[in-house]
Design a protein around this ligand. Structure first.
Ligand code: MRU
Length: 357
């Protein structure tokens, strides 16, 4: 497949191209996603511990971007490590990086690949971290090209959470086909689930689509059934954080509900993800660890005040408790297809094994 034949632009902010994450020397640069859409700022991570904090606090988030950052954090650890017994230092760093967030498969994919390369030499480990980030861009672009074939002119597409450019190094997974379709001149409209509690849809996906001038509207999380029952949605495309070998998909909390509704109203439900998100060691979705996050994310919201300050306020009954599972698992039966960089496959063990051969 010739990547250059498809007209898809690199992602830009104020007409300047940015990657979500990149590494120069021993510094890792990250778009500070907690400040978006109110403020565009670059976070500089000077060492692997800074990068761990960035992943844990969601300065960087989204499986693909987390994976690239984890690879770079490993490269930072290699640079920081003493010459003698450097692998011992890096092994400890690897454990710390892997303890930041449990669900996104790409994180572990990256730490393992860099660690294995580091057994050859420090330089080889650092090179592989850069390779992972570059592959991430190429895979996302190919996902866009395959997924675009599913999108017809005039389609209304719903998406959940942010699986766009900000969730990868560039282009994204679920949004990549939308960017290609838009670049080809197809008239599309995107319904963006707001995605409580962190509002990745309302804040990040909406911000990306606005930057690209793609018509869209933010949808309350509970409005999907209303729209689908009224024939307003032609297809759904979501991302994935980890995919089991039977095709069960872990993705942002609320994805499973959307898939049930989509099946009820015959709306095709697609997942977009690269092979680096598949975990063949997980036989089914039951083997996937679901991250439980702080109740504060449910109880409080952060927003822009009239004075232009970013502030955190309580939005729930004072003193009430909350639970905050970050992901859920959509069983394969609810998924129409998985858009990968190797093509669109059915969510079953035979088709998944085929793309890994
Ligand atoms: O908790 P996050 O923001 O890191 O969640 C990850 C996601 O953005 C989604 O689940 C996404 O749909 C898949 S990863 C691009």
């Amino acid at each position: 497949m010739n990547l250059t034949t498809y007209n898809i632009l690199k992602m830009r902010v104020n007409n300047k191209h940015y990657l979500t994450v990149w590494m120069e020397g021993k510094t890792v640069y990250l778009i500070e996603q907690n400040l978006l859409p109110f403020k565009f700022q670059i976070y500089k991570s000077k060492n692997y511990k800074d990068s761990c904090v960035a992943i844990k606090t969601m300065i960087v988030r989204g499986a693909g971007a987390i994976g690239a950052t984890a690879g770079f954090a490993m490269a930072q650890a290699l640079i920081e490590a003493p010459e003698k017994n450097y692998l011992k230092f890096v092994e400890k760093a690897k454990r710390e990086i892997e303890a930041t967030r449990p669900t996104a498969r790409n994180l572990f994919y990256a730490t393992n690949r860099v660690f294995n390369a580091a057994k050859i030499s420090k330089q080889e480990g650092i090179k592989i971290a850069q390779d992972i980030a570059e592959e991430n861009i190429k895979d996302a672009k190919k996902i866009g090209m395959f997924g675009n074939k599913l999108i017809k002119d005039g389609y209304n597409i719903e998406t959940h959470c942010n699986a766009g450019w900000l969730g990868f190094v560039d282009y994204g997974s679920a949004l990549s086909p939308i960017y290609v379709a838009n670049n080809e001149g197809k008239k599309i409209f995107v319904y963006v689930d707001e995605t409580r509690p962190r509002s990745q849809g309302a804040r990040l996906t909406a911000w990306e689509l606005k930057n690209e001038n793609i018509p869209h509207a933010i949808l309350p999380d509970n409005a999907g059934a209303y729209l689908m029952s009224n024939g307003k949605i032609d297809m759904m495309i979501v991302g994935a954080d980890r995919i089991a070998s039977n095709g069960d998909v872990a993705n942002k909390i609320g994805t499973f509900e959307k898939a049930i509704i989509a099946q009820k109203f015959n709306v095709p439900f697609y997942v977009a993800a690269p092979c680096s998100t598949f975990d063949l060691d997980c036989k089914t979705g039951n083997d996937i660890i679901i991250e439980q996050r702080s109740e504060d994310e449910v109880l409080y919201q952060t927003g822009l005040t009239k004075n232009g300050n970013i502030e955190k306020i309580l939005v729930c009954s004072p003193g009430s408790k909350a639970i905050n599972p970050a992901f859920d698992v959509t069983p394969a039966d609810y998924i129409t297809g998985i858009i990968t960089e190797k093509g669109i496959i059915k969510p079953n063990i035979d088709e998944i094994e085929k793309i890994f051969k």
